[in-house]
Design a protein around this ligand. Structure first.
Ligand SMILES: [Zn+2]
Length: 55
């Protein structure tokens, strides 16, 4: 399984056991998570509100 970062569209590195190097955020009312890579997470200071603006 490989997920893409929805901000920069690059593939997110997997660490182990399918754990992704990055984070997943959910939009209110949606069950499907969106993935953010570690670099973008860092760039946005891990601010989920900022991440959601890219959706
Ligand atoms: Zn990214």
């Amino acid at each position: 399984m490989s997920e893409k970062c929805f901000i920069c569209k690059s593939k997110i590195a997997e660490l182990f056991l399918g754990k992704l190097k990055g984070t997943a955020i959910k939009k209110a009312g949606q069950s499907q998570p969106y993935y953010v890579c570690f670099e973008c997470q860092k760039k946005l200071n891990n601010n989920k509100e900022e991440m959601l603006k890219y959706l």
